[in-house]
Design a protein around this ligand. Structure first.
Ligand code: CTP
Ligand SMILES: C[C@](O)(CO)[C@H](O)COP(=O)(O)O
Length: 230
């Protein structure tokens, strides 16, 4: 364990309510081939030799379920803490970041509902975060993207060669991401990913090309795709 003497932590955000999934249970606990989505996700980091610890962020009322039905059931020994999340993903991740080990040097932030992350992407994101201070896994946009106005009239067609769709993990020097989260909190800024908070500090974030299979399970169609990918 550990990467060239650096202590590597992972914060897995699993405190959402899955409104777009519209299922009976929160989507991170939906079973795929009998196993919760969240368990597939944790397993990727549990088995990665460079990861030292995993912090799960769960809804307060689901913490016990998460402990019994995911962490204990699948013997995840690297999960050292399950902390309560907040209203927004950003609030949840912040709680996770505050709970990492004091020795943490690099932290990966990952969505609990992205179970198809590959080992190579985890490794590349750690390498890039060590080199540049921050990294984000993403893919080149395949479609042509349009910018539209309030009436859904197209106002611009940006050059596709400079467009990327970003995923997680988003990986940072611990000191930098904590500073970015504190800054965003002080300013009342809510971003849609972690990188935005670091970008706001004026820091350049490195994009690493990942895989289109690293989907975020969001809507019912994604469950069908996930079953195929398994
Ligand atoms: N307050 C929140 C909201 C989201 N998440 C987590 O962030 C990840 C990505 O968010 P998303 O796919 O948007 O999940 P939900 O918020 O659950 O979905 P929805 O927006 O459809 O309600 C998920 O693993 C989710 O559990 C979180 O930890 N805390
Ligand atoms: C962080 C993220 O995974 C990047 O794609 C995503 O922004 C989180 O969830 P969202 O609520 O669907 O934006």
């Amino acid at each position: 364990m550990s990467y060239n003497g650096r202590y590597i932590s992972v914060v897995i955000a699993a405190s959402g309510m899955g409104k777009r999934m519209n299922a009976d249970i929160n989507k991170q606990y939906i079973l795929l081939k009998g196993k919760p989505i969240l368990a597939y996700t944790i397993e990727k980091f549990e088995k990665n030799e460079y990861i030292d610890e995993i912090i799960i962020v769960a809804r307060e009322e689901e913490k016990q379920y998460c402990l019994e039905e995911v962490v204990k059931k699948y013997n995840f020994s690297k999960v050292i803490n399950i902390v309560s999340g907040g209203d927004e993903r950003q609030d949840s991740v912040y709680e996770g970041l505050k709970a990492v080990n004091k020795s943490c040097s690099i932290v990966l932030i990952h969505d609990g509902v992205r179970p198809f992350i590959r080992d190579v992407d985890i490794l590349n994101s750690i390498d890039a975060a060590i080199k540049y201070g921050s990294s984000v896994i993403g893919t080149r946009v395949k479609d042509t993207i349009k910018i539209v106005d309030r009436n859904n009239h197209i106002v611009d067609t940006p050059d596709r060669r400079i467009l990327w769709a970003v995923q997680t993990p988003q990986t940072f020097s611990y000191e930098l991401i904590l500073k970015a989260y504190k800054h965003a909190k002080d300013e009342g800024f809510i971003g849609t990913d972690d990188s935005m908070l670091v970008e706001r500090l004026g820091h350049k974030v490195k994009i690493i090309e990942g895989s289109y299979a690293n989907i975020k399970i969001t809507t019912p169609e994604d469950l069908k795709l996930a079953e195929l990918l398994l």
